[in-house]
Design a binder for this molecule. Structure first.
Ligand code: NAP
Ligand code: G4F
Length: 326
């Protein structure tokens, strides 16, 4: 019989790809949904899996520990992937308290529930390169040993979760691992994150459905990989023989301006005619540059990404061209 996994954040970008991957591997996958007043769009990323008997969905919320206890008792998972969070950095400045509750205390609620109900389960925590803030090692990379210096409420909340996971691992000998993942994208990315915003608006402008793209800081650089490659890394981290922390990245970094130029060139348009900037998309404190060194992940677990920045952005722009051409 296959293993059982529980995914929090199953209807998010990563949760949807991870559910597909685990079902392919023969897992029974349980996922939690938090209650929304409108049900129709909430599960669009996993609707293609809804009739699969290996997928089981339950209502629960990271803020409601009793609901987590209930789902852990029902599902008895061997592996728990904690992907749920208020994950938007800019929005974390507007909603810092909610971000701390969901992205920090929510993790603690889950760890306590695991400790009480299924302490033998392996736990994956979705940690983030946002935790490093503007700290960069002398060679230009961030890695597992780079000091953390978060510059957003979201980053601060993720540092709490990272540390409480290490504390529970050491205190209670639980199998809890952090994946410190750099930015990863896909056509399923929320379209208020910069890659999918640019891909979507490029397609709309190309098809005559829009005339402008307004952005924030276009000088920032990010290490962008594909979410499909990164959910494979999550699974590999929990198959390792001991709980540990791993950076996952491509090691290649581009500016937001390069991202814009790449997408517009792909559809044969001049970005200077359409792109402008506005203060409303800036953050009170900016994280300028991210570039990850994932040597530990590659050498210990044998992880290797299949996508490049270019093949990923090609897929995303094409997705929106097809979407708006229907
Ligand atoms: P996402 O698309 O924003 O998905 C977040 C998920 O969390 C959604 O399913 C959301 O449900 C759920 N959620 C939010 N608050 C919740 C709560 N209180 N209780 C239960 N569920 C809740 O994020 P993602 O890109 O897939 O990222 C997955 C995780 O990795 C997140 O923790 C993120 O912070 C972290 N991470 C992401 C990246 C990246 O580049 N994508 C990099 C490093 C780390 P609703 O949609 O119904 O609200
Ligand atoms: O796409 P972003 O919003 O991603 P950000 O802030 O790097 O956060 C993402 O990656 C983190 C990993 O490091 C995750 F933990 C987090 O959950 C999330 O998935 O912005 C990327 C860059 C930033 O420098 C931002 O200032 O793009 C810049 N940017 C410029 N114009 C913009 C825009 N970002 C957004 N969202 N919208 C703009 O119009």
């Amino acid at each position: 019989m296959g293993k059982t996994a529980l995914i929090t954040g199953i209807n998010g970008q990563d949760g949807s790809y991870l559910a597909e991957l685990l079902i392919e591997k023969g897992y029974t996958v349980w996922g939690i949904l938090k209650r929304n007043s409108v049900a129709e769009n909430q599960t669009y990323r996993i609707d293609h899996l809804r009739n699969n008997p290996m997928l089981k969905l339950e209502y629960a919320d990271l803020l409601d520990m009793a609901s987590l206890v209930r789902v852990l008792q029902l599902s008895k998972p061997a592996e728990v992937y904690n992907l749920a969070a208020q994950s938007h950095v800019r929005i974390s400045f507007d909603q810092p308290v909610y971000t701390a509750q969901s992205t920090a205390i929510g993790t603690l609620n889950l760890l306590e529930a695991v400790r009480l109900i299924c302490p033998e389960a392996r736990v994956y925590q979705a940690s983030s390169s946002e935790m490093f803030g503007n700290n960069i090692d002398a060679d230009g990379y961030q890695r597992e040993t780079t000091p953390m210096n978060p510059v957003s409420p979201y980053g601060c909340a993720k540092v709490f979760s990272y540390n409480i996971c290490r504390n529970y691992r050491n205190s209670y000998k639980l199998f809890i691992s952090n994946g410190i993942l750099f930015n990863h994208e896909s056509p399923r990315r929320g379209s208020n994150f910069v890659t999918n915003k640019v891909a979507k608006e490029t397609a709309k402008i190309k098809l005559g459905l829009s005339e402008k793209l307004v952005l924030g800081n276009t000088e920032a650089t990010r290490d962008w990989g594909h979410a499909k490659d990164y959910v494979e890394a999550m699974w590999m981290i929990l198959q390792h023989d001991k709980a540990d922390d791993f950076v996952c990245s491509t090691g290649v970094s581009h500016s937001v301006q390069y991202l814009v130029d790449y997408c517009f060139e792909k559809v044969g348009l001049d970005p200077k005619k359409y792109v402008s900037t506005a203060a409303r998309y800036l953050r009170p404190e900016e994280l300028r540059d991210l570039k990850g060194d994932c040597t530990k992940m590659k050498e210990t677990l044998g992880w290797k990404p299949k996508y490049t920045f270019e093949t990923m952005m090609d897929e995303m722009v094409q997705y929106w061209l097809d979407f708006y051409s229907k």
